[in-house]
Write a protein that binds this ligand. Structure first.
Ligand code: HSE
Length: 411
């Protein structure tokens, strides 16, 4: 019998307890032994919960109990989760987590402790919610050189953008709905400002390229600057706006990672990824492009991935699982996203009447002008040629064009 502790009885933690209890018989077969929740750590009491008798308030109860071999960290946030994760690993327990913040900030440290202690540190749920992405990346696609990964990595912002585009909901109403459905972070700033997607692209980049990419190295723009004018202009151009995380390795070996709203052609698969769904494209030198798609947030989809890691950790109690790990990073391995050639969408002030876009068009080497007949306040353009952001800014400044929004176009 494997004894498990769950830390944090919020949306994800309670989902993990439900999945382990509800699917106990099939989980026992897959793990090779029964898997039982012995403790649930939380500050609160849950007198009406069927798991009320498992609640403890003191982490040291879990830390000092040799019977507990796997700890599921579902606390969220960085400070306490980080301390308890380190202590649990040092106490010789495997830790599984959905906590992208902790994995992205200090996964390399925890992987090192796990190696020393011969235990597992697993985090499938930290990227893509319920979508299996980390294991396929490191197992099924192991024979590939991964050249690029990009995708919709945040369910909350994709839900908001979908509702704004398809139902004309306001940003605030759509965000409130996402919170009610349990998709958003405790502080939704992390979703809408792109920090959550940033953490996930850090984890994907670290796994794909073998060195830790830290959030501070990843330029991040969220969706708070996306206006209804941008949505209308993208629609007029036959495109949609999606918040993407992207990482790639350049020919010189440097890694680039960034998060930003992108314009995507309506016909592209990623454009059809809606609501809370995530879609992640992995580009390998043998497979070409492969896309992973599924529910990127929510109680049971995320719990599904955490419980899968618990089963894996139980199966690998004697001989730890290898392959899902990386080495510490460093600034010398990172390239500059400002030098990456891309096509650009630019929303301009003042409309086309004043002639500025025309002169901008000349300097930008050709653009497709976009306007929305019923909205005189909206005017934009998409460059025909790829150029770096640095070059775009220089050319726009030369024409005196005031850009209200600048987003890359996914080609
Ligand atoms: N807040 C996150 C999201 C939860 O919306 O994607 C899943 O990581």
């Amino acid at each position: 019998m494997a004894k498990v502790a769950i830390m944090g009885f919020g949306t994800v933690g309670s989902g993990v307890a439900e999945v382990l209890a509800g699917n106990a018989a099939s989980i026992e077969k897959k793990a090779g032994e029964p898997v039982e929740v012995k403790y649930i750590l939380d500050l609160r009491e849950f007198p009406d919960s069927p798991f009320a008798d498992k609640i403890v308030h003191d982490f040291s109860v879990i830390e000092n109990d040799p019977e507990v071999s796997v700890v599921a960290e579902c606390i969220g946030g960085a400070r306490i989760a980080r301390e308890y994760t380190a202590r649990a690993l040092k106490a010789g327990k495997s830790v599984v987590t959905s906590n992208k913040e902790v994995v992205a900030e200090c996964g390399d440290e925890f992987l090192e402790i796990a190696r020393e202690k011969n235990v597992n540190y697993l985090f499938e749920a930290s990227v893509g919610g319920g979508i299996p992405i980390l294991r396929p990346l490191t197992s099924c696609l192991a024979a590939n050189e991964i050249t690029e990964i990009f995708g919709i990595l945040n369910g909350t912002t994709n839900y908001i953008l979908t509702k704004m585009i398809k139902e004309g909901l306001s940003f605030d109403t759509a965000l409130r709905q996402a919170q009610e459905k349990g998709y958003a972070e405790a502080d939704p700033t992390a979703d809408i400002e792109g920090h959550d997607a940033c953490r996930k692209i850090c984890i994907l980049a670290s796994l794909a390229f073998g060195r830790h990419v830290y959030p501070r190295q990843v330029p991040t723009t969220g969706i708070t600057g996306v206006t209804s004018g941008d949505v209308a202009l993208a629609h007029a151009a036959g495109k949609r706006i999606k918040l993407l995380g992207r990482t790639l390795r350049l020919d010189d070996g440097k890694i680039i990672a960034y998060v930003a709203p992108h314009l995507i052609d309506d016909g592209e698969q990623l454009a059809g990824v809606e609501d809370v769904f995530n879609g992640i494209v992995v580009r390998g030198n043998a497979i070409g492009d492969v896309m992973f798609y599924g529910r990127g947030a929510g109680k049971l989809p995320t719990a599904s991935a955490v419980a899968g890691d618990i089963i894996d950790a139980v199966k690998h109690r004697q001989e730890r699982r290898t392959g899902m790990e990386w080495l510490p990073g460093g600034d010398e391995i990172m390239g500059d996203d400002q030098d990456l050639p891309m096509r650009w969408y630019v929303r301009v002030s003042g409309g086309f009447a004043e002639g500025r876009p025309d002169s901008a068009a000349n300097l930008l080497g050709g653009v497709t002008l976009i306007n929305v007949p019923e909205r005189e306040d909206c005017a934009g353009m998409i460059t025909k040629n790829a150029m770096s952001r640095r070059e775009l800014d220089r050319r726009l400044a030369e024409t005196g064009t005031e850009a209200l929004s600048i987003f890359p176009v996914l080609d």
